[in-house]
Design a protein around this ligand. Sequence first.
Ligand code: M6R
Length: 595
Amino acid sequence: MCGIVGYIGTKDAREIIINGLKRLEYRGYDSAGIALQNCENGDFNMYKDKGRVAHLESITDFSYSSCLGIGHTRWATHGVPNQENSHPQTSNTGRFFIVHNGVIDNYKELITSHLNDSVFSSETDTEVIAHLIERYSYTMSVNEAIRKTMSLLEGSYALAIIDTYNPYRLYACKNKSPLLIGVSDDGVIVASDVMACVGYSDRFVPLEDKTFVEIDGAKYHIRDIIGKEVVHKERPIDVDYFNIEKGEFSHFMLKEIMEQPAALRTIIGTYFNDDGSVRVNRNILDAIRTSDRLYIIAAGTSMNAGYVGKELFETLAEIPTEVHIASEFAYNMPLLSDNPLFIFISQSGETADLRAVLVNIKAKGYRSLTITNVKTSTLAREADHYVEIMAGPEIAVASTKAYTAQIAILSILAYGLESHRMDLRKELSKVAISIENIIDRRDYIEALVEEYLTKRNCFYIGRGIDYYGCLEASLKLKEISYIQTEGFAAGELKHGTIALIEEGTPVIAIISQRAIAKNTRSNLNEVKSRGAKTLVISTKSVHQSEDQIVVDDVYESFSPILTVIPAQFIAYYAALHRGYDIDKPRNLAKSVTVE
Ligand code: M6R
């Protein structure tokens, strides 16, 4: 989490950094800061405070020109969000400014062993790095001092560093946390995400772990920790500026919900041949086909998509599939089959919990595939294979179009392995139209939200694949409306949780599976007779006249791709009516780059 942006060149550093931070605010938004060199008198100024980038902008002096600076938008890990703990952090004498994304696991030990006479002005782990660099700079070059400091740090870091004694250089380095440089003829940007560079750089270079960059105007050198030049390749930046703007929409989340039919059509156009067969790299399909068990590793919404993927791989391709919470799997690996394939599902491709597993299983020689929205991401680069979900940039913290795109991709992979029982391309096209039909009825869903979502808590219940849909539906609702919501296996309620149902508790059932629809309805009656206020999302073939939201029938194993759409709207409107910050809910960040 946290976003960092630095710039050195002939353009206005302040504009590039502030705009970059605004685009990276999805990574954390507790506080923000910037350090800039005043080109007119050579001084360095720092502005930082608790709050958003818009606030930072309002406290930054715009009266002078600046060609060098670093900025930060924070998701607090060490110390409360306040001005002292905001970045940039400075070294003892104020010579070095640094911004940091990551967590230094051994910062307390480093204080004891190297810095016990230092005075600290913040509670952050980051300040330790600034002090160490300064200490080493007394006896070695800055370049060496940074690399020496890197060799002492345990944990994750992406750093941008300014040495005020040399305003013609910008330094950066990284381990585990994402970092890249954006390159153009007028200067170089250092950023956590390529989005910060769009419109300013035309090429970028993703940095590898334990590398260090020294930037001098538009020239840069990438070195490893012992100072050896690293071979690298510049890649074109092909992100469309329009895609990272809200346009006419009041929120990115609403825009992204509405983009789902288009995303599905892009997927269809990309991954199907004219004859309806799938167009996926043979090596990927072979890797799946030849494995005796698939291990899906993911977190949050991507994990909920993974559950639907399990259903698809097992029903369409008959390959046993397990889904694991990445943060658990990283340190509690179960017994594995003889020939596993690991599938990492991640919208951002940067989630630290997944990366910990990937590093681990690669070291053991296992094969891996990443399914991601960001083809340049760490997980895409480091796995043996990757498939891009083609959803376009997803900015709102609450994931919507990535979920449906992930399921579509999982269905295509599973379908690519089976002897075709249905026409998947046609089926996905139908889904796109059905989503449009739900979008057209969003006002009706908004009215239902006003009527039903009146309490502090709520339950989503379902069975089988609908239960997986409930997990995602409840995650959406809780993360942006702060209504305490659980997704529950309907049959399990009576084993304890039904005790929580009281007069007026909203219970939303998802019912799309013919074989178990009756069972879910019985469970629904059980909660109804205990006072619950029930709302049903069902598909046409299993619906009953009193169901409030009825969606089209689709191939049963991917019904969550459709039943989730009303749930996304329910979450959106519940948060809207409560007046919350929908795109940036409290305590969260979009890209979770710390474990
Ligand atoms: O980028 P990832 O898909 O790896 O992120 C995993 C989760 O942090 C993410 O899906 C999170 O749960 C969503 N923001 C929820 O909407």
